[in-house]
Design a protein around this ligand. Structure first.
Ligand code: MG
Length: 248
């Protein structure tokens, strides 16, 4: 499917005549930062410490969800019940410690180029993350200086329901003063893609880890790129097509 067909399919599903990309709502882990291997290692270690069998790979699939969601998922599988609020708070704190012990995470190649393009295009940038990991969140405004403002970051602490609920992305739109047909979501994880899709935004999936592109398509991505570099490379062409494609 070419850009024009992709945009027309979105417009038709959304019931709008055109898409104007005024706001880019961008996920953080596995999208702006190559942080998912560290998260997977921290989760896998935490599960093992608590006698819960798991694989390192499965945590790439839960990515984007809150810590509570992931913990309840593990608890239900291993113990047939949700984790209690006390367990969630204690174990998530431990997961944060385990994450902080990992080597420093690097910027995802292509991420800065993509944000530079959004800025040049006059598209507002909002980071929408399910993370509460201050070691990474606090780096955003320095690593992406001039591209991301401190007031334009939505974290796990700001939302009641994390991804795959659309709430974080709806909050991001409000922060940007944009409606769904003016909002483009950039996401690497199936749950995050689902959240973006359900928010009504034009949702771009980017495969940056072991999750295959078909999972992002099934989760509702309007278009999928194979890396953030490819995403940055292709975005100007997508924007040009959005400017001229109308349904009427
Ligand atoms: Mg992510």
């Amino acid at each position: 499917m070419n850009n024009r067909e992709t945009i027309l399919r979105y417009l038709s599903a959304a019931g709008v005549d055109r898409f104007v990309p005024r706001a880019a709502l961008i996920d953080m882990d596995g999208t702006l930062y190559d942080s998912m291997p560290n998260h997977a290692t921290a989760w896998h270690t935490l599960a093992t410490e608590n006698g819960i069998p798991s694989t390192r790979e499965e945590f790439f699939l839960y990515e984007g969800a809150t810590g509570a969601y992931t913990l309840c998922r593990l608890f239900n599988r291993a113990f047939g019940r949700d984790a209690t609020p006390e367990e969630i708070s204690r174990l998530y704190k431990r997961k944060t410690e385990l994450f902080a012990m990992q080597p420093a995470v690097g910027l995802m190649p292509g991420a800065k180029k993509l944000l530079d393009f959004f800025k040049a295009a006059g598209t507002k940038r909002i980071v929408v993350t399910g993370s509460g990991q201050d070691t990474v969140i606090s780096r955003l405004t320095t690593d992406f200086a001039g591209l991301i403002e401190a007031t334009d970051i939505i974290t796990a602490r700001d939302v009641k329901k994390g991804k795959p609920d659309p709430e974080p992305y709806i909050m991001g739109m409000k922060r940007a003063g944009a409606v769904p047909s003016e909002s483009i979501v950039i996401e690497n994880a199936p749950l995050g893609v689902t959240a973006g899709h359900r928010s009504g935004a034009f949702t771009v999936g980017v495969t940056t880890g072991p999750v295959p592109r078909v999972e992002l398509e099934k989760a509702g991505a309007d278009i999928v790129y194979d890396s953030m570099e490819e995403c940055a490379e292709m975005m100007p062409g997508l924007f040009r097509e959005m400017a001229v494609t109308t349904r009427s």
